[in-house]
Design a protein. Structure first.
Length: 267
């Protein structure tokens, strides 16, 4: 973060929690990290954060009730400063929502179990201020490399499923965007960290290949311009799109939520 190369958000595993326990855990963690300058702050001074749920079990979404316990997790997250959720897709897991390849606002009773299941697609001219935004990654049926068999594509970068040119093309072709601003395409993929089993796929030749593919095919300055963004910056650009802003999305990285104090600070 001090080098300006990344930012920190919240990824939390919990099981059998109550609302009170979960709220206390989140606020304790936010206090610890915001005191160190790691988290963004809103205009009111509160810590703001993006969220990814451990084991994808957002809003107590598993049929067996494991890995969460709190039906009303979405409003709890919002009330503790969460601005957007980046948990999904979770295919082929049972927690996968019906909404795919979209940026959307969850609707209905947000205290219900699996409250993220349906929602209102984000679009120009509409921005909600009373709930978190759901930003999802690509889901597709794709062809396996050098084979005619089909595979599920859900944006996970792992040692067993490293990035390829065909996968990158599939991500982009899902055309995830804010309705009314189709020229800004959002691609959110994910890893399970850089533990030893995954490190080579991220930091070795497959990782280098990914960035070369992106630069070669999606940064010609005419049809495509490539932007690497943090979760916070992606949220800011999505909000700018909803507000009808145009031009380069690069201008809106800090549109409504500024960077954490530590970012870019001298070490």
């Amino acid at each position: 973060m001090r080098a300006g190369l990344g930012e920190i958000e919240l990824h939390l595993h919990h099981d059998g929690a109550t609302e009170a326990q979960l709220e206390d855990d989140i606020l304790t963690g936010l206090g610890r990290y915001s005191d160190r300058g790691h988290l963004s702050r809103g205009a009111d001074g509160r810590a703001r954060y993006a969220f990814i749920h451990g084991n994808w079990a957002l809003a107590n979404s598993r049929p067996d009730g494991r890995h969460c316990g709190v039906d009303a997790e979405l409003p709890l997250l919002f009330n503790t400063g969460c601005y957007a959720d980046f948990t999904f897709p979770s295919l082929p897991d049972v927690t996968q929502p019906n909404m795919v390849n979209q940026i959307y606002w969850p609707t209905g009773d947000l205290r219900r179990r699996r409250a993220y299941e349906g929602g209102e697609r984000a679009r120009v001219g509409v921005r909600h201020h009373d709930r978190i935004l759901m930003i999802t990654g690509p889901v597709a049926i794709a062809r396996r490399a050098e084979r005619w068999a089909a595979r599920l594509e859900y944006g996970a970068l792992t040692a067993h499923d490293p990035p390829t040119e065909a996968r990158v093309r599939s991500w982009v072709s899902q055309n995830i965007h804010v309705a009314g601003r189709p020229e800004w395409v959002f691609v959110k993929v994910y890893t399970h960290g850089a533990a030893a089993a995954q490190a080579a796929a991220l930091l070795g030749e497959p990782g280098r290949s990914l960035h070369q593919i992106l630069a070669r095919h999606y940064n010609d300055g005419q049809s495509w311009q490539l932007h690497y963004v943090t979760a916070r910056e992606m949220f800011n650009i999505a909000v700018a799109a909803m507000e009808g802003r145009s031009g380069s999305p690069d201008h809106y990285r800090d549109h409504v939520l500024g960077p954490p104090p530590l970012r870019g600070a001298a070490g």
